[in-house]
Design a protein around this ligand. Structure first.
Ligand SMILES: Nc1ncnc2c1ncn2[C@@H]1O[C@H](COP(=O)(O)OP(=O)(O)OP(=O)(O)O)[C@@H](O)[C@H]1O
Ligand SMILES: [Mg+2]
Length: 240
């Protein structure tokens, strides 16, 4: 039995109200299991970031339901108590590059995420270093972000997202700023993280070069979300 990591039901988000209202998400449904890589694809303005940030608890949906693991975190206007704490313990975020703290070195950037969860001292330093090693940037631990390449910065950001062993990793366009090879490396890393850590990885992408690597693909169009399994995608591609 596969364990559900994220379960979204009829999620709707309306920004603003009256004649300026924008329906960014309409009755969206999505399921991601632990160990799975899930892509969210769609044109600019279709609602991808809205979906991701709603799962993340960063924006408040208008209606619908969000479950993370066994916990209902949002249900038609009701939300879990201590959402921030819940988020910190269960979710990891990777946004586009350049979201590292510029005046902290690579290891300190990871340390901050551990400290927020109450892990301090030598133990925290050791875990931060292990995470950097895991992502193959351990040797760069004392470099400031500006002294790292784009790909290295991205891996430090992934190390930071892994700090709390999240059951769900949310990534918004993580390969947008990378060349094809680096993008593929990030995908391979996500695969490894999903397999070894059992996290669900949900990844917004514009990048059709990357879709091969995903188990499920959700297409977003004008706020509507449709699901497509990898098998059918491959068939489609073989037909054409
Ligand atoms: N804070 C906001 N207030 C009002 N409208 C918003 C807000 N954020 C997004 N929107 C609108 O909601 C729709 C979906 O936006 P969203 O950012 O989710 O798109 P996206 O698919 O991530 O696009 P992109 O690929 O360009 O990042 C768009 O029409 C956008 O203009
Ligand atoms: Mg977006």
């Amino acid at each position: 039995m596969m364990t559900e990591a994220v379960h979204i039901e009829n999620l709707t988000k309306v920004y603003g109200s009256g004649h300026t209202a924008v329906i960014a998400l309409r009755d969206a449904n999505l399921v991601a299991h632990r160990g799975e890589l899930v892509a969210i694809l769609g044109p600019s303005g279709s609602g991808k970031t809205t979906l991701l940030t709603a799962i993340a608890g960063i924006i408040e949906p208008t209606r619908g339901r969000i479950r993370i693991g066994e916990t209902t975190v949002y249900d038609d206007g009701w939300r879990v108590r201590d959402l921030r704490g819940f988020r910190r313990r269960h979710l990891g975020f990777i946004f586009q590059a350049h979201n590292l703290v510029p005046f902290l070195n690579a290891r300190e950037n990871v340390l901050v995420a551990l400290q927020i969860n109450g892990l301090t001292g030598d133990q925290a330093v050791r875990i931060a270093q292990e995470l950097l090693d895991y992502l193959d940037v351990g040797a760069r631990h004392d470099h400031l972000p500006e002294k790292l390449s784009g790909g290295e910065q991205q891996r430090v950001a992934i190390a930071r997202a892994l700090a709390n062993s999240p059951s769900v990793i949310l990534a918004d366009e993580p390969t947008a700023a990378l060349d094809t090879n680096r993008g593929k490396n990030v995908m391979a890393l996500f695969r490894k993280i999903a397999q070894e850590k059992g996290s669900a990885v949900i990844c917004v992408t514009h990048d059709h070069r990357m879709i091969e690597g995903f188990d499920h693909i959700y297409h977003v169009k004008d706020g509507s979300v449709s699901n497509e399994s990898r098998a059918s995608t491959t068939q489609e591609r073989n037909k054409s």
